[in-house]
Design a protein. Structure first.
Length: 272
């Protein structure tokens, strides 16, 4: 496949500075220096602050300082940019969101994490989302997810029913469960016959160590790029025809039993 500027994905793996937005803005801007225009670029979950439960201190309105920064960065670099941040919910808690900006700096999508990490206390501080979100990029239908969502395959399947061919996952996934991270990402690619591009943070915060291991995975579950455990970027070329070809060659998605998925069977948009 010929690589073009229009179909590259980039994972920007950061050692986030705890609750320090200006420092993380500077890190992101420096790390993305020289990124190819047209690329789809991922920054981690809650990238301005790290995985903090201190909503009162880190939450922002809409539009926020962080959104203005991301919009400007996307426009300056001419990229499609996905990043995590915190916005206020209507019940006093926060919303752990992924926002998407197009190369002109316009908001393309906003996704709220469906599954706050109850085991870690996130559900006490953050409201759960209620809908799957997709957006177009370079011939793909892209569905964003956040960290703990990865453990719930039904959400990814629901996105496939809406036409998803590329999943992006932004995370603060800890080192103690890094094997789960790698295994589940590969599983989501294999079972949905879709690319998976996942960015995780590295380094540490006051509670946890983080392994990095941002990954690009093809529709058959092969790891194309692995960022290891240090700050930096990985990139890979994406081709929507790879998804279409594999789904046609091995049409497992056509055997989905819709009656076991719930919802409206007519929502199915899986290509033949």
């Amino acid at each position: 496949m010929r690589e073009t500027k229009e179909n590259r994905v980039v994972c920007a793996q950061l050692d986030l500075v705890w609750e320090d937005k200006p420092a993380n803005f500077d890190k992101a801007r420096a790390l993305l220096d020289g990124v190819e225009p047209g690329s789809l670029v991922l920054l981690p979950e809650m990238f301005p602050t790290g995985f903090s439960m201190n909503v009162a201190a880190i939450g922002e309105g809409i539009p926020s300082e962080s959104e203005r920064f991301l919009s400007e960065l996307a426009r300056e670099r001419g990229i499609c940019l996905v990043a995590g941040l915190v916005t206020p919910a209507d019940d006093g808690r926060g919303r752990n969101e992924a926002v998407v900006f197009d190369p002109e700096g316009k908001l393309l999508g906003r996704y709220c994490k469906l599954h706050p990490f109850t085991f870690g206390g996130e559900s006490e501080h953050y409201q759960r989302g209620s809908e799957i979100v997709t957006f177009p990029w370079a011939g793909f239908v892209v569905a964003p997810f956040i960290c703990y969502d990865l453990r719930f395959p039904e959400a990814f399947r629901a996105a496939v029913r809406r036409g998803a061919t590329l999943f992006v996952v932004i995370a603060n996934w800890p080192s103690r469960r890094v094997n789960h991270w790698v295994t589940l990402l590969r599983a989501r690619a294999i079972e949905n016959q879709a690319y998976v591009v996942a960015v995780n943070r590295c380094g540490s915060d006051p509670k946890l160590e983080y392994p990095g291991r941002s990954l690009v995975i093809d529709p058959q579950g092969e790891i194309l790029q692995d960022a290891g455990d240090s700050e930096g970027c990985i990139s890979a070329a994406m081709d929507p025809e790879v998804v279409a070809s594999w789904r046609a060659q091995f049409p497992a998605l056509q055997d989905i039993r819709q009656e076991f998925l719930g919802g409206d069977p007519s929502a199915r948009t899986i290509p033949s």
